[in-house]
Design a protein around this ligand. Structure first.
Ligand code: SF4
Length: 464
């Protein structure tokens, strides 16, 4: 439901990037948040999967767990994530839940995973609350049996349509501490046009009811850049969101790919137009300023938190140093120096797990020492800030000893700034975060053309 730009990007046909660039939709693959570094290998997949728990890299940081539920009650026209319409067959959903439980147990049976200190759990999708209370109960209790997650931050993405008061109350009793929903826009005409469920009235009503449950935090997502919208339109959405006084807001730029219904509709209807990049930047910068002026701080490139409401999951997932354990079809993770993505089809995922195999479809080679430093920059800027102290403590060298030319260049372009603690993204840099991060992938993209580099980053694949 919430457009978490983390572990669930769907299949990306290679031609799609070429189609997007150069057309009236002036988007590029750097608009997609970079999550994986190093990128996936095209060969030796089984070999790397076999070695994933060997030769542990010692890191003393907490680890987030992500769980992907790929079902939705209805499909929004712009959605780029790995999700499908909730199947009519209850058996298929139950088979998915059974596979998820088996996958969790499979990982937890390895000493390397058992020793991880879990700091946060995030159940996302799709729409996790399409599952029954019983199914959610079985997933959460399996997690509790396999990992020490008592007193841990635990978030779930909800759709007001299937997350009523009594379901949420039970989830709270099970240990859920945060709820999040993808509102996308409060404009009812746009919601109908893009097939986003629920009226804005129903959403407001839902927020009021959820507030009475006293979760530690409630969060919502908005998207800017829908067809025929402008800064005034988006500021109206942002003002409504800020007035709700939630602990956390996520603001996403519409990223349109060739397989989405919205893309196809725009191709057919030449009159339907998207905002230009200049208009998009104006929407972003004015809303960014408005949010910062209303007691929110930047938590990561697309996330804002109120004081005391920082979301640990985002902190951990974007720290650039530790592991991210990820369960469910198509989800992305990072374990012991390997980036991986699970099987992208639900049937493929279920059948791998049934065979007691890790359901990994794509995996990187083991990270090198040079790439660990690059990852700290690439993922660190996804968070919006690279700490000088953490970098030095980990690598015994300064950021500028390793990356002075990129740092100086990006400061001169006003993409990043430097202060005594580290390097942060300016508002221009926040908007172009993918571009900033891509600059630190030197060891992989030596002698590779800019176009090929863009394609590879978009596909999460090595250039060779
Ligand atoms: S609710 Fe809409 S935006 Fe959210 S995952 Fe489902 S289809 Fe995508």
């Amino acid at each position: 439901m919430g457009l978490v730009l983390c572990p669930q990007v769907a299949t990306w046909p290679k031609l799609l990037f070429l189609k997007i660039e150069g057309e009236k939709m002036n988007y590029n693959t750097y608009d997609v948040a970079v999550m994986n570094y190093p990128l996936f290998n095209k060969t030796n997949i089984d070999h790397h999967v076999r070695n994933i728990f060997e030769q542990p890299i010692q890191e003393d940081v907490e680890v987030p767990i992500y769980i992907h539920i790929p079902f939705c009650d209805s499909l929004c026209d712009f959605c780029i994530y790995n999700r499908m319409l909730k199947p009519k067959s209850i058996d298929m959903i139950q088979s998915y839940v059974d596979a998820l439980i088996r996958e969790i147990k499979l990982y937890a049976s390895h000493d390397y995973i058992k020793e991880q200190r879990i700091g946060s759990v995030f159940i996302g999708g799709g729409t996790p609350t399409v599952l029954s209370e019983k199914q959610l109960y079985s997933i959460i209790t399996t997690l509790k049996k396999c990992f020490n997650i008592n007193h841990c931050e635990m978030s779930i993405e909800c759709n007001p349509h299937n997350a009523d008061y009594s379901k949420l109350k039970r989830l709270k009793n099970l240990g859920i501490t945060r709820v999040s929903t993808g509102v996308q826009t409060f404009n009812d005409d746009m919601r109908k046009r893009l097939h986003i469920q629920n009226s804005s009235h129903a959403i407001m009503d839902w927020f009021e009811k959820v507030k009475t449950l006293s979760f530690d935090d409630i969060s919502m997502d908005l998207i800017f850049g829908f067809p025929e919208t402008n800064t005034a339109y988006f500021l109206n959405d942002v003002k409504k969101a800020v007035a709700l006084n939630l602990g956390h807001l996520s603001i996403y730029k519409l990223t349109l790919f060739a397989y989405t219904k919205l893309y196809k509709d725009i191709q057919k209807n030449k009159k339907m137009s998207l905002p230009t990049q200049e208009q998009m930047y104006d929407m972003f910068s004015k809303s960014h300023e408005y949010i910062l002026n209303h007691n929110y701080s930047i938590q990561s490139t697309q996330e804002y938190s109120k004081k005391g409401k920082t979301v640990k999951f985002w902190d951990l997932i974007y720290d650039g140093y530790g592991n991210n354990i990820s369960f469910g079809s198509s989800s992305f993770g990072y374990i012991n120096g390997y980036c991986y993505q699970n099987q992208r089809t639900i049937n493929g995922y279920i059948s791998k797990v049934r065979d007691n195999k890790l359901p990994i479809e794509r995996i990187s080679p083991k990270i090198t020492y040079t790439q660990q430093k690059e990852r700290a920059m690439v993922i660190g800027f996804r968070k919006g800030f690279v700490s000088k102290e953490m970098f030095f403590k980990t690598f015994h060298t300064r950021v500028t000893d390793e990356f002075s030319s990129q740092i100086n260049n990006q400061i001169s372009k006003n993409l990043i700034y430097e202060n005594k603690d580290g390097y942060g993204l300016t508002s221009k840099g926040l908007y172009h975060q993918g571009l900033v991060s891509a600059d630190y992938m030197g060891s992989i993209f030596k002698n590779v053309s800019p176009l090929k580099k863009k394609m590879c980053i978009g596909l999460h694949e090595m250039p060779y």
